[in-house]
Design a protein around this ligand. Structure first.
Ligand code: DC
Length: 211
């Protein structure tokens, strides 16, 4: 499946990561999580005290970033970074920077592999001509319950009501922003991930078996 692109979009905590990892392993596609890139930038801004409402400061900092790590570490999975990533993602200069990183990643690897790329705007904007587009649908309460369990399991203190509130706030920010809002991409398959993972992968296997 060289140069084959699968896009996975969906709201915060909808299980895109787990589904992407499943697809990546089963069909031997390279996984790129665009959220990691937004989170990495958010961490840089936080560490360097960049005012995220000052577009001049943001542009200046972005132009100076030479390299971004694609590594997923615990320090970029905190609630603070989640919120910050969602806030900085409204800026066009940030989005263009992240999109270019994704294009470079595909360009560099496309002779050897295909890709599964997840985020909010991958099938609708970044890779509009992808070979297969999935949109992950899960209601906010179930997402909050799953995220709460994840945080508790990783020993981070958390309060369910606060997580639900944060998820709803991020949904609002991701869906209402002017630049590349979260939408169901045209020609995408909607995957219902409200139930068990087994039921989710049944839907996905069926789609892949028909391509
Ligand atoms: O998928 P995630 O939770 O790791 O993403 C963190 C934030 O990054 C999310 O709230 C919005 C932003 N994001 C985005 O705007 N577009 C993407 N393609 C991926 C993430």
């Amino acid at each position: 499946m060289k140069n084959f692109i699968v896009t996975i979009d969906g709201p915060a905590a909808s299980g895109k990561e787990k589904i992407s990892r499943y697809i990546s392993k089963k069909w031997k596609l390279k996984h790129l999580d665009s959220g990691t890139l937004y989170r990495r930038i958010a961490l840089i801004f936080l560490n360097e005290n960049i005012d995220i409402n000052d577009i001049k400061q943001i542009k200046k900092k972005i132009s100076k970033i030479k390299k971004i790590s694609y590594r997923k570490s615990k320090k970029i999975r905190t609630q603070e970074i989640s919120k910050l990533a969602s806030k900085i993602a409204v800026h066009n200069c940030v989005r263009n920077f992240v999109n270019q990183l994704q294009y470079d990643f595909v360009e560099k690897n496309k002779k050897n592999t295909g890709f599964v790329i997840d985020g909010r705007d991958i099938g609708s904007v970044v890779f509009k001509n992808a070979n297969l587009k999935l949109y992950i649908d899960v209601n906010a309460d179930i997402r909050a319950k799953r995220r709460y369990k994840q945080l508790i399991d990783s020993s981070e203190k958390s309060i369910y009501r606060k997580i639900l509130k944060d998820i709803k706030l991020r949904d609002k920010k991701d869906k209402m922003r002017k630049n590349s809002p979260l939408v169901i991409p045209a020609n995408s398959y909607i995957i219902d991930n409200n139930d068990s993972f087994i039921k989710t992968i049944k839907q996905i296997n069926k789609i892949f078996n028909n391509i």
